[in-house]
Design a protein around this ligand. Sequence first.
Ligand code: ADP
Ligand code: MG
Ligand code: MG
Ligand code: MG
Length: 403
Amino acid sequence: MSNSSYHVLSELEIIEYVRKIPGLFSENAQLICKEIGDGNLNLVFRIIENGSSGKSVIIKQALPYARVVGESWPLTLDRARIESEALMIQNSICPGLVPKVYHYDKELALTVMEDLSSHIIMRKGLISRNRYPYFAKHIGTFLARTLFLTSDLALDHQDKKQKVVQFINPELCKITEDLVFTDPYYDAKTNQFNPLIKEVIEEIWGHGELKLEITKLKEKFLTHAQALIHGDLHTGSIMVTETDTKVFDPEFSFYGPMGFDIGAVIANLLLNFCSHEGHTLDQEERLQYQDYLLNTVEEIWIVFEEEFRILWKGKASEPYASIQGYEDDYILRLLQDSLGYAGCKMMRRVIGLAHVSDLESINDPKLRAKGERLALAIGQQLVLKRETAQKIGDLTSLVRYVK
Ligand code: ADP
Ligand code: MG
Ligand code: MG
Ligand code: MG
């Protein structure tokens, strides 16, 4: 590793560090620091000024290994650069929908950013059956703008190729390639699953057609440098209030297929949908919340498509963007990719390494198995039937049919 001065900062060092950054705190501010990270890979510190100013910031420092596994799994510190650079691009394209970046330090692999502690992790909110009436509008807009405006549709093709190089992210991509597209589909050591659903998982391992479709989606993930994607857009990478949405943690960013981000959002709403089979035993209440989630999925796509078409009309620089039929064909392919990636992402969270708390927090293994079986059934159908979808309603009909 070339970062000679890199070391993991203590809470005291963090305080001294942040004090020196111009424009954040006054020189003799009394600062309190606490490590608050709950993620799999990095340290996250919150620094608060004691007193009435109410000022606070977040420092995220990358560790040279994956925290969830330990030092036996080394991981590049370059992901801190990727994350800060992606955040800056997203800030310029979607101001207000991502945390502001105050400072990035290459040597220490850390980013100083806006504190979002007035928000909660969306996944937690959905487990509590909260509703977020602005979320679909916000995330649909985030997806349309970040994806369209970083693609060959909007960028000069030479500039775009430079951006592809800027965001080469092989080690983080490998995590996705292994954990999303490979390991869940055979008896891999990394897998962890509820023993009660072993027979369903064995069926998946033996399902040739499904594995062929997964492999096609994996190939597209490997080769289709369509736009700068977030790369890890689950509901643990989104913080919300009733009226605000912030997307963070883009350390997996690279030039990949747009549908991977759209599919990630859909998959995580659907995983939450499945988890209420275990969390919400009152049928009326469960059905109402599940309806809310499916309506949200539809609304996200509708906003996405609307915004994407507006950008196509006003911001496309690709000279062939106006070729008859191209726009409709492009958007239909995005829809079908999104279904496929949503399916992959649902299945990996049930079979593979790193589950979601929506399902994990169902204590009774039998009830959890009910939600997990549903997630696997929906996930498989999304992958297998993705190319039959013509509109977003086909996705929600499919979910209702499987259920
Ligand atoms: P990792 O890459 O390790 O998953 P995250 O960026 O997801 O790290 O951060 C881990 C946790 O730290 C988040 O789930 C959230 O609770 C907290 N966190 C991260 N960034 C912020 C922020 N800007 N404001 C408030 N809390 C944050
Ligand atoms: Mg995270
Ligand atoms: Mg997290
Ligand atoms: Mg992360």
